[in-house]
Design a protein around this ligand. Structure first.
Ligand code: SF4
Length: 365
């Protein structure tokens, strides 16, 4: 995986008290730190080049998060939802996947931000979890950033995993395309933490997931986490249809199951490439070499473009067959897919999002 080396770190006054600041100072003794007030920090986040997103990844802003840290995952209109909560501890990501939806989602707010008030995050989570002890939460940190790519520099996991590991009604998911797990190996997850990898064949990673860990590096990191007591998750998402995709994905599935204990896999998700017309424009400009834009996609009711439904169903069914051959019992679900596709792939539709959420929670244990 490519090392992260920002050109500058901009710190909002007051954030110097945060453990994240201390960790950044240690990690980047050679990088200039600039201190500003809130307004100037916000102004620093506005890109001025032709590629504000790329530029945003070179400067790290450390600032307070204003508002709530914990949110219900927005899901996608009309698609089956898995009842998931997200914590936004950072925004944007140092890696460069050509299909990353953040390119459109954060187009007007492209700075790479890390939030310094971790104590507020923990007290908000404590309040929510202790008020609803009979509800089982699945919470992830990888919605608008990668959960682990910045961890060697900011030490976020060491600040929060000990708290979440003590909660009786929760699974915390750390989702990544990195291999930055050293900080996790020193902690005790107490069966409450799932470390999950988005996986693709190396052929896709090499072209469309720049700066991320290779397939082998991800798999090695997964094995190290499993040995340290973490549950694992795998997200085959976005699945890409290319010449020879069957061979690539089948080989990937077999190699994963040959190296990890499938009984310790909490869940596996599948989802195909999703774009929007706006995202396609950005991809064309930022990643002219990508071949992801050559295949046919159709507009779905939630405004996202996906492969034609029969192709999606056929891809999911094949993947499911390969997964089932390796592990008949591991829990597999679809991410952002319609009820019709669920029915055709699995032969059932979760009655409601609560049902899917509780199936996931049960399998996570
Ligand atoms: S790792 Fe995830 S968040 Fe980062 S660029 Fe790739 S898709 Fe986007």
């Amino acid at each position: 995986m490519r090392d992260f080396e920002p050109q500058e770190i901009v710190v909002e006054t007051g954030s110097e008290q945060s453990p994240i600041f201390r960790n950044l100072k240690q990690a980047f003794p050679q990088v200039p730190f600039t201190f500003t007030d809130q307004r100037q920090t916000e102004a620093s986040s506005l890109g001025v080049s032709n590629d504000p997103l790329g530029e945003g990844k070179l400067k790290l802003l450390l600032m307070r998060h204003r508002g709530e840290f914990l949110k219900k995952c927005p899901g996608s209109d009309g698609q089956v939802c898995c009842n998931y909560f997200v914590i936004n501890f950072a925004s944007n990501c140092p890696m460069e996947c050509s299909y990353c939806y953040l390119q459109e989602y954060l187009a007007h707010n492209p700075a790479l931000k890390v939030f310094s008030n971790v104590d507020d995050l923990l007290s908000e989570a404590d309040h929510l979890l202790s008020r609803h002890r009979r509800f089982f939460f699945r919470i992830g940190t990888g919605e608008i950033t990668d959960s682990l790519a910045l961890d060697p520099y900011i030490g976020f996991c060491a600040e929060v995993v000990p708290f979440f590991a003590e909660q009786p009604n929760l699974l915390l998911e750390l989702k990544t395309k990195s291999d930055c797990v050293d900080g996790l190996l020193r902690l005790d997850p107490k069966e409450r933490v799932v470390v999950s990898w988005s996986m693709n064949p190396q052929k896709v990673i090499g072209i469309d997931e720049q700066g991320t860990a290779s397939f082998e590096e991800r798999l090695t990191a997964a094995r190290r986490c499993q040995a340290a007591g973490y549950k694992l998750g795998f997200h085959f998402d976005p699945m890409i249809e290319y010449d020879g995709w069957e061979e690539g994905y089948r080989d990937m599935v077999e190699r994963i199951f040959a190296q990890v204990d499938h009984r310790r896999i909490a869940w596996i998700s599948m989802g195909v490439l999703r774009t929007t017309p706006g995202l396609k424009r950005i991809m064309r400009a930022r990643f002219p070499a990508t071949r992801l834009l050559t295949g046919e996609q159709v507009l779905c009711p939630d405004g996202k473009m996906r492969y034609f439904q029969p192709l999606r169903v056929s891809m999911y069914r094949k993947m499911l067959r390969w997964i089932r051959a390796a592990s008949p019992t591991v829990f597999v679900y679809l991410c952002m897919e319609s009820r019709e596709v669920w029915q055709q792939v699995f032969g059932f539709i979760p009655a409601c999002e609560k049902e899917l959420g509780s199936r996931l929670a049960n399998f996570g244990f």
